[in-house]
Design a protein around this ligand. Structure first.
Ligand code: HEM
Ligand SMILES: *[C@@H]1O[C@H](CO)[C@@H](O)[C@H](O)[C@H]1NC(C)=O
Ligand SMILES: *[C@@H]1O[C@H](CO)[C@@H](O)[C@H](O)[C@H]1NC(C)=O
Ligand SMILES: CC(=O)N[C@H]1CO[C@H](CO)[C@@H](O)[C@@H]1O
Length: 359
């Protein structure tokens, strides 16, 4: 592509992602989210040892699950006793999906984006105006104008508060909601074991969303971003199967139609960079193993999806739905065990999920 065109694409993406990416460009590495002429502009190629340099990524211990236990709200001798908690969330999620099928995908992605930044502490739910933070995670390039499903969590939280005031954290409600959404969308094939006991954090920073992998990430970058959270390369491949549901904006893939299956690409209608396209063209609301078949058939949207095509597990997942479902349950459970020690220590049980207490 000519330099001028690259710049045009870059500028269009910056406009799409919002001002945070510009403001943070010199200090923050959003390169999986920006398709830029990196070297020539001098700010996207991250320096060695920076958070997106895969060659220096550590392989830390698996997620700790610190403070979590199964049936946490069923323990009648604990202060957090609220035996209705999980069923109330389940009802709210079922109602939301019955009303709008897209809600399942929203909740599963919301949970991923929560756990990847400061652990599963509901930091992704805080708004800037209700938390005293400068710019919360919701304003970060991966989340802004993209994350949805906040109202579903608010509804579930209100129902739970009405029964057990101040007992159930927003972070746990989000984890239960993702579990319930996965169960419904998989036609009861996927039931994620979900220990609870998470606390809600008081800090949320847009800049930290650069820890989330982006659609332009390379395979080593994808692996590194998951390793940094204690998740393995295979878990990265397994969790990417969530791209069998939901949709994505054209800005993230309209540069690569020529790398896709010809018929698949021909059917995609991108009127603007904001147009949303289903990720799985066949069963966009079914949480199944079609994603892996799509990867092999070059019928996926992102560079980051296409980057998985040579991984042996992709073939296995494509052929055997049961193997993938079991691995997905385990990997999602692990994702939910990412706990940031500092965030937890300073945490609380929020009254309202978008707001820190006392604000
Ligand atoms: C492996 C690296 C990943 C990358 C690079 C990535 C990137 C993206 C991008 C760019 C979108 C479209 C956002 C938009 O256009 O507004 C998206 C959508 C989505 N992602 Fe991922 N994602 C990754 C992993 C995951 C994981 C681990 C999950 C969940 C377990 C997940 C679940 C989803 C879902 C459900 C959607 C659709 C959301 C909706 O319909 O609103 N993704 N992802
Ligand atoms: C909690 O207890 C209720 C009522 O005994 C039961 O139906 C439910 O399955 C339990 N939930 C968990 C997560 O243990
Ligand atoms: C129940 O809660 C009590 C009080 O917090 C705690 O000591 C006990 O270990 C808990 N039991 C289980 C099974 O988690
Ligand atoms: C589909 C669409 O409108 N794509 C546009 C995205 O932005 C770039 C840069 O302005 C345009 O060249 C594309 O046509």
């Amino acid at each position: 592509m000519k330099m001028a065109n690259k710049l045009a694409v870059a500028i269009a993406l910056l406009a799409l992602l919002g001002p945070v990416s510009c403001q943070g460009l010199f200090t923050i590495c959003f390169n999986g989210w920006l398709r830029l002429p990196a070297i020539s502009l001098g700010f996207v190629a991250c320096p060695r040892g920076s958070s997106t340099d895969p060659s220096t990524s550590p392989s830390p211990a698996p997620p700790s699950g610190l403070g979590l236990s199964y049936g946490y709200y069923n323990n009648s001798s604990s202060d957090s006793y609220c035996p209705q908690a999980e069923s109330l969330v389940k009802e709210a999620v079922a109602a939301a999906i019955a009303k709008d099928e897209r809600a399942g995908a929203w909740l599963i992605r919301l949970f991923f984006h929560d756990c990847f930044v400061r652990g599963c502490d509901a930091s992704v739910l805080l708004t800037t105006t209700e938390s005293g933070n400068t710019d919360t995670e919701r304003e970060g390039p991966p989340n802004k104008n993209s994350l949805r499903g906040f109202e579903v969590i608010d509804t579930a939280k209100a129902k739970v508060e009405a029964q057990c005031e101040g007992k159930v954290s927003c972070a746990d409600i989000l984890a239960f909601a993702a579990r319930d959404a996965a169960y419904i969308l998989s036609n009861r094939g996927i039931n994620i074991p979900t220990p609870a006991g998470r606390r809600d954090g008081r800090v949320s920073l847009a800049s930290e969303t650069d820890q989330l992998p982006g659609p332009f990430s390379t395979f080593p970058q994808l692996v590194a971003s998951f390793l940094r959270k204690g998740l393995t390369s295979d878990e990265m491949v397994t969790l990417s199967g969530a791209h069998t549901i939901g949709n994505a904006r054209c800005a993230f893939f309209s540069h690569r139609f020529s790398s896709m299956d010809r018929d698949f690409a021909a059917k995609i209608k991108c009127n603007t960079n904001e147009t949303r396209v289903d990720q799985d063209y066949q069963t966009p609301y079914a949480l199944d193993n079609k994603y892996y078949q799509n990867v092999l058939a070059k019928k996926v949207l992102f560079d980051s999806d296409d980057a998985l095509k040579t991984v042996p597990e992709v073939k296995q997942n494509a052929y055997d739905p049961k193997i993938w479902e079991t691995k997905f349950e385990k990997a999602m459970e692990n994702l939910g065990k990412i706990i940031d020690v500092e965030s937890r220590a300073k945490g609380e049980t929020r009254k309202i999920c978008s707001r820190v207490n006392g604000y």
